[in-house]
Design a protein around this ligand. Sequence first.
Ligand SMILES: [Zn+2]
Length: 264
Amino acid sequence: MATTPVPDWLQKFTGLNSWPDMNPPYIPLDFINFANIPNIPLRAPGTCPTNRLQCSFDCFKCVSHDDVYTCPRLSQTFDDGPSKFTKNLLKHLHSKATFFTLGLNVVKNPDIYLDIKNRGHLLGSHTWSHKFLPSLTNEEIIAQFEWSIWAMNATGHHLPKWYRPPYGGIDDRVRAIARMFGMQAVVWDHDSFDWQMESKPPQRTKKQILNDISRWKDQGRGIILEHDVYKSTTDLAIEINKIIGPNQMTVAECVDGINYVKEF
Ligand SMILES: [Zn+2]
């Protein structure tokens, strides 16, 4: 299937007849109340506030009361897709998993997105184009969420309940905005750093990752962060799936929550 068409209702609402590039335009929404957003200074990727008051996960591993950060069963999650490598992963996954998708990739790969959905996995938002959210203005953060949600709505006919901030970049300003969309943040307690197999030169080997997996399996719980955008990481994900086994949960199941804010 080609790109997801921009639905009529969205064309009428936004005045646009094509999907945005890396910098989606801000479209005002009547349910966003700017008075609910705390006044937290913007910060560049790799920089941190001097204290923990803003509850940054990327800087301090701080989690808020409604963040999901662990799971009663050890469970795999996949970020950054859907991609052409997701297809083969889906064929070999023998458990339910959660996929945090980029809006840009959702509209480019609608058939793969629907394959994920139809196989009973859970889909969440990973924003429109993977920016470090604490560096963006309120309007830019809203644009990252709204276009991602519209991509998922137009392609999968649902509104996401769960989102994962790119780079774990989240603080109380990002959370306040996401809550107005009815979404909750999902972070992780086990980072596979699988993408580092693709660094030049590679910073991480398959063996190192599998060692971590067996340690986490002994502990028996948690959310593993993986990526479905490389052959290496999806091939390894299939091996990890065999090791952990079918007894995994989606992040909604981890907290006994709903799958989507709404399904159409
Ligand atoms: Zn990501």
